[in-house]
Write a protein that binds this ligand. Structure first.
Ligand SMILES: *Cc1c(COP(=O)(O)O)cnc(C)c1O
Length: 299
């Protein structure tokens, strides 16, 4: 696989990016991470991703042992060394290994890692053009009182179980619910639904996605009514338009929810709000206020 990773303070090829099985990041999912993307040689909203990464680490009492500037520099260097023009760029901080025989996380040496690999799509452009089939799972997203969902985390047993359920229903991806029958989020994305002329996205119990924030800002700028609110499953099912937002593909149209065509539209035909926001999302990748070029020629 093309790419470049940063592990144990060294830049290595992806196949050499390895950690100890005794790292609590692996044994206990005791870690946080963030994912930014590079599109046509430029990072998108890099500062926002780095800021969220540091907020996640602060909440988990993890210390990457470096400043925001140094984290940014490692991300740039991974992409530069990989040569990738379109990349998925992840930073991670794990709890690390405890002192021998100890189970006290305070004694762990935290570890910072990063990698850049080819861009990863939740739904690639051809699938986006068809629209994605979504299943609404009865699996509950892990409760916010247990794991703060604003911290990007690897507590994915709920997500993976729900994904298998979606495949059994003939769907391609899945959203999970909370304990009260409201939509939360899915594996790596937030959800939007146009209900009674208003764009709704779950207000709580979700990761505050950078793409979600981008969509909210774009909608406001275009005069589209948008609100962070409760999104009951019933509202999702009668929505006129539904889409996902993620670093892994931007604004991703949903064609069907549990086999029912969204808004009664034919496959491959999307509502005007989804289409406008999708175009605006990619247009922002040309806007100097949101992008930061990778210097591929630097020594
Ligand atoms: C990463 C992620 C998202 C989307 O966040 P973006 O910053 O838009 O990529 C949403 N939910 C979960 C659980 C995630 O891990």
């Amino acid at each position: 696989m093309p790419g470049c990773a940063f592990v144990d303070e060294r830049y290595v090829a992806p196949e050499d990016a390895k950690i100890s099985i005794f790292d609590w990041g692996f044994l206990h999912s005791d870690a946080t991470y963030d994912v930014a993307h590079v599109w046509q040689g430029k990072f998108f909203r890099l500062s926002d991703h780095v800021e969220r990464f540091f907020a996640s680490m602060r909440r988990l009492r993890l210390d990457p042992g470096r400043t925001r500037e140094q984290v940014r520099a490692v991300m740039h260097e991974c992409v530069r060394r990989s040569g990738l023009r379109d990349a998925y760029v992840e930073v991670l901080c794990t709890r690390g290994l405890p002192a021998p025989g100890s189970r006290d996380p305070r004694g762990c040496t935290n570890r910072f890692m990063a990698f850049a690999i080819p861009f990863v799509w939740i739904a690639d452009p051809s699938k986006q053009a068809r629209g994605v089939d979504l299943h609404v799972s009865d699996v509950q997203r892990i409760a916010p009182a247990s794991v703060d969902p604003r911290i990007k985390n690897y507590h994915w047993l709920d997500m993976v179980g729900a994904l298998f359920q979606a495949y059994e229903h003939g769907a391609e991806t899945v959203v999970l619910v909370d304990g009260a029958g409201n939509v939360t989020e899915g594996p790596g994305f937030n959800v939007f639904a146009l209900v009674d002329g208003e764009l709704l996205t779950p207000a709580a119990g979700v990761l505050e996605g950078i793409s979600r924030r981008t969509v909210i800002e774009l909608a406001r700028a275009q005069g589209i009514a948008v609100r962070e609110a409760l999104l009951p499953v019933a509202a999702l099912r009668r929505a006129d338009e539904v889409f996902l937002s993620s670093t892994g593909g931007g604004v991703i149209p949903i064609a069907r929810v549990d086999g029912v065509a969204v808004g009664g539209r034919a496959a491959g035909v999307f509502g005007p709000v989804t289409a406008r926001l999708q175009a605006a999302y990619w247009a922002l990748h040309e806007d100097a206020r949101y992008v930061e070029p990778v210097n591929y020629d630097a020594a």
